[in-house]
Design a protein around this ligand. Structure first.
Ligand code: ADP
Ligand code: MG
Length: 230
């Protein structure tokens, strides 16, 4: 790993409390992901993958430990500051695509820029460029329902790229796709990685994780096997 890491977790724990019951979902996770790395996080159901993904994506906060994202300590930020980090530093790709059905592809792609306060003309230009980068230059006016599953996930990848984020976070990005579309989207993620992006992909499928340069295994809230920090 060269230079400063994009993601640095130090002894991160997360405890959920429901009434008097405490569930320790993460029990001391330390890991570093360098600029341009492609890392997969694998683990069985209930191992803590979603909890880890939510913390990495600043969708939830850790209980104890340290999280430095792109040089900024995010462990103690309030909800507004976390929202700002999500909009500017992280590109999300979800299993369910999370596209707005009433909006054409380019309007979906420009949304992160809208929330970041980028002017309209620049938003549209950057959205069209991002859609061209994922091979959808001919589909920019199509609504999600007029696109195949694989194409919808391509739109989501364009949306993840459009803000030039430090980190792309993909949560089971092929979980809703048939095998042909899965190959298509994994190929696209390989291209995004080859273009220098930093990617963390969460999956329970070994064939998907195998595409990454490094696989971290989570079990019972801990990283096992290969060390998270190298
Ligand atoms: P995975 O995504 O690997 O299936 P999760 O991160 O969803 O695992 O869950 C890890 C553990 O934390 C599980 O024991 C789960 O039941 C518990 N858990 C997850 N979310 C909550 C929550 N909101 N409240 C209480 N317990 C939770
Ligand atoms: Mg999960």
């Amino acid at each position: 790993m060269s230079g400063r890491p994009v993601v640095l977790l130090e002894d991160v724990t997360k405890t959920y409390t429901q009434g008097t019951l405490a569930v320790q979902a993460l029990r001391g996770i330390s890991m570093a992901v360098g600029t341009g790395e492609y890392v997969a996080i694998m683990g069985p159901s209930g191992s803590g993958k979603s909890t880890l993904m939510n913390i990495l994506g600043c969708l939830d906060v850790l209980s104890t430990g340290r999280y430095v994202l792109d040089g900024e300590d995010v462990a103690d930020l309030d909800e507004d500051a976390l929202a700002e980090i999500r909009n500017t530093r992280i590109g999300f790709v979800f299993q369910q695509f999370h596209l707005l059905p009433a909006l054409p592809a380019w309007r979906n792609v420009e949304l992160p820029l809208f929330y970041a306060g980028v002017p309209a003309a620049e938003r549209k230009q950057r959205a069209l460029e991002a859609l061209a980068r994922v091979g959808l230059a001919e589909r920019v006016d199509h609504r999600p329902g007029e696109l195949s599953g694989g194409q919808q996930q391509r739109v989501a990848v364009a949306r993840a790229l459009v803000s030039n984020p430090a980190l792309i976070l993909a949560d089971e990005p092929t979980g809703n796709l048939d095998s042909a579309s899965t190959a298509d989207v994994l190929g696209l993620i390989d291209e995004v990685h080859a273009a220098g992006r930093t990617i963390i992909l969460i999956t329970h499928e070994a064939e998907v994780a195998d595409r990454a340069e490094r696989v971290l295994h989570v079990r019972d809230g801990r990283l096992t096997g290969a060390m998270g920090v190298r």
